[in-house]
Design a protein around this ligand. Structure first.
Ligand code: GLN
Length: 628
């Protein structure tokens, strides 16, 4: 049963009262603010987080942590990230500049912050939870061409802001868990207040708060307190000026969240409070923490959640039992993160963007989740493969893998041919040296090429993505499969798909015997079915397939050949969550521990994640079967 937050009864002084005067008719009123069909003012509330002083302070982490606290209380939440850029989605963005492209179940390519929301809230999001200026303008320009503005000039205010409000209200109605209603919509405005491109989002939120009425919207200014080394003390001026900029835009924050390296001292919070009209008890120190997963509890300890409940008049909606249970589960995970680890191992990530951790943020997180559950301290080695060749790979990896610092390897996803030959060489190295291995997307394809070349003796094996003069396109873009998938040319296969798992395989064991799993894809090329039989005869096991079509989705080596060698055409890292780590990563971390501590007892590692045959990893794995 969903109870309305407050009486939806309209009236000037009541929540949502102003909404009455905003009609849908374009010509007759200046109050153009189309409201979605069936929207009931007062039924949903909004929290909007703005960044001041500078970007990169963790608005997404703040917003998702606060949303989690509210979700724990039994309220339904829907987060949204509003991006200022004109790209329609993040699919075309360079991960080197913007961090990884995150992919949702419905195939939306979005900002990596959506990954933070999914992990923190343990909630699957959709395209509704992500908006860019490009999307907003596209909607408006298309409507204008259809003549739907009835002769009016289309303006930033009210039309563009109207579209933003319409989206936020639609989200409130259908963006909650499982497509249901959301009690609270969490709006994260990208960039920093004062950025030209985000101005209309800020204006839209000002209008929204006015229309929805008192207690409908909680504005948070996330700011930064400087602590210059030469002064040795915290300074509030930049924060004051940043908040002033927000106030100039007509937004009076209810809460100020002060990011800082160290705890923000009381007199600095006093100054900020004084200059921003925000009571001291609502100016919070949000200093750096050892782990982001401890932030919700830190916010709670500081009373942030209670202030938000008061501002939004939600105290009587809290379900204390739900909250206790959720907190207990989360806090035991957070405690594990901070606890000393029993094991230590190194994992190498062989990537093109090895210099930029953000480009592989979800892999980093997935390893962290698995390592926490297995009580392992993982030392990550980022290895650029662009200089690696088949000839020099052993030499290249000597320092890491050879010297015993690295106990498992990951070849992540990627596009284009830079560094690919190096990845193929690394896949061969992992296969022939018994190094626990996880291939992801391009990493999966690299294994197939490597196997075809070096086990089947197909010297010309290649992927059509990379061009060149190969003779055997073992990885290719198949028009037939594109037709089957119903995709247009040039479009990628995106989003969650079913993967049928072959019983009795490593994959089946990892996935706990489930016959079908759901994983997220983002690729254009795949294994050419022409080669599947030859590869299989030569010992490569395709243990996960498309339910109907000959699309290979998981591959592995038998456990008597290699202690742990598995790859997915999909991105397993995207679905890993703190409380439910992704199984392929659990297996990899366990195998890495096993390699790092060959004498440790199985029980000390967690038997669940150690394949039987890996108990006695062979020094040199059995040579792969002869070519078919
Ligand atoms: N470039 C490859 C493809 O398009 C792999 C993509 C990826 O790793 N995400 O199929």
């Amino acid at each position: 049963m969903h109870h309305p937050l407050r009486s939806p009864d309209p009236g000037e002084e009541r929540p949502g009262g102003f909404l009455r005067q905003f009609g849908k008719s374009v010509e007759s009123t200046e109050f153009y603010s189309p409201v979605p069909e069936g929207y009931r003012a007062g039924r949903h509330v909004y929290v909007a987080v703005f960044g001041t002083v500078m970007s990169g302070l963790g608005k997404g982490i703040f917003s998702s942590s606060l949303a989690k606290l509210m979700k724990d209380k039994g309220l339904t939440v829907a987060p949204v990230k509003l991006e200022g850029y004109l790209n329609v989605d993040s699919g075309t963005l360079n991960p080197y500049r913007h961090g990884e492209v995150f992919v949702l179940d419905d195939g939306t390519e979005c900002d990596m912050d959506l990954g933070t929301y999914e992990r923190m809230l343990d909630q699957d999001l959709s395209r509704q939870n992500f908006a860019t200026s490009g999307q907003i303008y596209t909607t408006i320009l298309e409507r204008e061409r259809r003549g739907e503005y009835l002769g009016r000039d289309v303006q930033m205010i009210p039309h563009v802001t109207g579209e933003v409000k319409h989206r936020l209200r639609t989200l409130a109605m259908t963006g909650g868990p499982g497509g249901g209603e959301a009690d609270i919509v969490f709006v994260e405005v990208g960039g920093t207040v004062g950025d030209y491109e985000n101005g209309f989002y800020i204006e839209a939120l000002r209008e929204l708060a006015f229309e929805e009425g008192p207690n409908s919207t909680c504005f948070v200014a996330l700011t930064y307190v400087l602590e210059p080394k030469i002064l040795g003390e915290q300074k509030s001026k930049a924060a004051q000026l940043g908040i002033k900029l927000l106030m100039e835009a007509g937004i009076q924050p209810h809460i100020v969240a002060c990011r800082a390296h160290q705890t923000v001292v009381e007199n600095v919070r006093q100054k900020i409070s004084m200059f921003s009209n925000v009571p001291l008890r609502r100016c919070f120190s949000m200093h750096d923490r050892a782990s982001i997963y401890t932030i919700p509890e830190a916010m709670r300890a500081a009373g942030l959640d209670r202030e938000v409940l008061s501002i939004l008049n939600l105290h009587d909606r809290v379900d204390p039992t739900h909250e206790d249970d959720a907190r207990e589960e989360w806090n035991s995970y957070a405690a594990q993160i901070l606890a000393p680890r029993r094991h230590k191992a190194g994992i190498a990530i062989m990537g093109k963007y090895a210099a930029l951790r953000d480009a592989y943020a979800s892999i980093d997180k997935a390893i962290e989740h698995a390592a926490t559950h297995l009580s392992a301290e993982i030392d990550l080695h980022w290895i650029d493969t662009s200089e690696i060749t088949r000839e020099n790979v052993a030499e290249h990896l000597a320092e890491d893998v050879g010297a015993g610092g690295v106990h498992a390897m990951i070849i992540p996803g990627g596009f284009g041919d830079r560094g690919v030959e190096g990845k193929i060489a690394c896949a061969e190295y992992a296969r022939t040296n018994g190094v626990p291995f996880l291939g992801i997307c391009l990493g999966f394809q690299a294994v197939v090429i490597e196997y075809a070349r070096n086990v089947l003796g197909m010297n010309g094996a290649y992927s059509t993505e990379f061009g060149g003069d190969g003779t055997d396109p073992v990885i290719s873009e198949l028009p037939e499969q594109k037709r089957i998938e119903g995709l247009l040319g040039g479009t990628m296969r995106l989003g969650a798909q079913d993967v049928v798992i072959e019983p009795g395989t490593l994959a089946s064991w990892l996935y706990d015997g489930r016959p079908t799993v759901h994983e997220r894809f983002r690729h254009r090329y795949e294994v050419d079915p022409e080669y599947v039989e030859r590869l299989t005869k030569a010992g490569l096991v395709f243990s996960g397939r498309h339910p109907k079509h000959p699309i290979m989705q998981v591959l592995e080596l038998p456990r008597d050949v290699h202690p742990y060698f598995v790859a997915g055409q999909y991105h397993p890292e995207l679905t890993s969550r703190p409380l439910s780590p992704q199984p392929m990563f659990m297996g990899l971390v366990a195998a890495a521990i096993r390699r790092a501590e060959p004498t440790a007892s199985r029980e000390s590692i967690s038997t669940r994640w150690l394949p039987e045959d890996a108990a006695n990893p062979k020094k040199s794995p059995r040579p792969a079967p002869a070519p078919a």
